[in-house]
Design a protein around this ligand. Structure first.
Ligand SMILES: NC(=O)c1ccc[n+]([C@@H]2O[C@H](COP(=O)([O-])OP(=O)(O)OC[C@H]3O[C@@H](n4cnc5c(N)ncnc54)[C@H](O)[C@@H]3O)[C@@H](O)[C@H]2O)c1
Length: 250
């Protein structure tokens, strides 16, 4: 029970990696407010977490609606009284060649990834100061190596990375840690690719030194548990690669 007594706010919690994080946090005793777009999936995840004995609320929101973001933090505080961990996991993008990338594509990636991450961090700061809290933001190897067809995604992810490092520097004096996690995992999008493009999927897996995709809960969720726990108190400003060794630090 490494997160017993801790309160977490997790975005994109009703599917894929976010759902894996919610399950891993629930099994370690955390209370969880999680944000999702799809009410049906959100309610289903809420039910699963309650069956694990977790004290949880599902917050329905489109993260592109910036005016709604303060309310997500406030509802977490109203329900649980404090905030220890903020996980900015949600992100959506259109994958097209750079020359075909429109301003709308760029805005979509920044509106679902960068802006919610920045604004939820800002709105959470007063509460994170009280708990010497922890922020974990999601990034991607796509930004680090410049993967083709991922310009808007790579741009938003690297903007998140730059901002998070600044936050790690500025908020260290409050005892707040800010880290980044770069995953590879079998989320529904990746599973769809396995069905629709089996050869491309096999090639992708062959490029992973550990020769398998990560599991949303066991590999990614449990790494986030570590970063959110007291065991990671002296780690900040780092990009933790949880990708089976696909990208190695140079
Ligand atoms: N799966 C991978 O291999 C992989 C690789 C690199 C990075 N990532 C990153 O990890 C994180 C999770 O990835 P995933 O594979 O589970 O993605 P996913 O697409 O399966 O899930 C993303 C989540 O974000 C939510 N979301 C999207 N737009 C939203 C909006 N406007 N408002 C509210 N919620 C919204 C979705 O509902 C979903 O729950 C993302 O930040 C992603 O970029 C994943």
């Amino acid at each position: 029970m490494r997160l017993q007594g801790k309160v977490a706010l997790i975005t994109g919690g009703s599917s894929g990696i976010g759902r894996g994080i919610c399950h891993a946090f629930a099994k370690e005793g955390a209370a969880i407010a999680f944000v999702g777009l799809n009410e049906h999936k959100g309610k289903a995840t809420e039910q699963e977490l309650r069956e694990l004995g977790c004290d949880t609320i599902y917050l329905q929101a489109d993260l592109r609606d910036r005016e709604k973001l303060p309310e997500l933090v406030e509802r977490t505080i109203e329900r649980f009284g404090k905030l220890d961990v903020l996980v900015n996991n949600a992100h959506a993008t259109n994958n097209v060649l750079l020359e075909e990338t429109t301003e709308e594509d760029m805005e979509y990636s920044f509106d679902t990834g960068f802006w919610p991450t920045f604004l939820l961090m800002k709105h959470s700061l007063p509460y994170l100061k009280e708990t010497k809290g922890k922020v974990i933001n999601f990034v991607s190897g796509a930004g680090m190596v410049g993967l083709s067809r991922q310009a808007s995604y790579a741009a938003a992810k690297e903007a998140i990375r730059g901002m998070s490092r600044v936050a790690a520097n500025e908020w260290g004096r409050y005892g707040i840690t800010v880290n980044l996690l770069s995953p590879i995992a079998n989320s529904p999008g990746v599973e769809r690719m396995e069905e629709e493009q089996p050869n491309a999927y096999k090639k992708m897996v062959s490029l992973v030194p550990l020769k398998r995709m990560g599991d949303c809960e066991k590999d990614i969720g449990r790494s986030v548990v570590f970063l959110a726990s007291d065991d990671a108190d002296y780690i900040t400003g780092q990009t933790i690669m949880v990708d089976g060794g696909t990208i190695m630090a140079r």
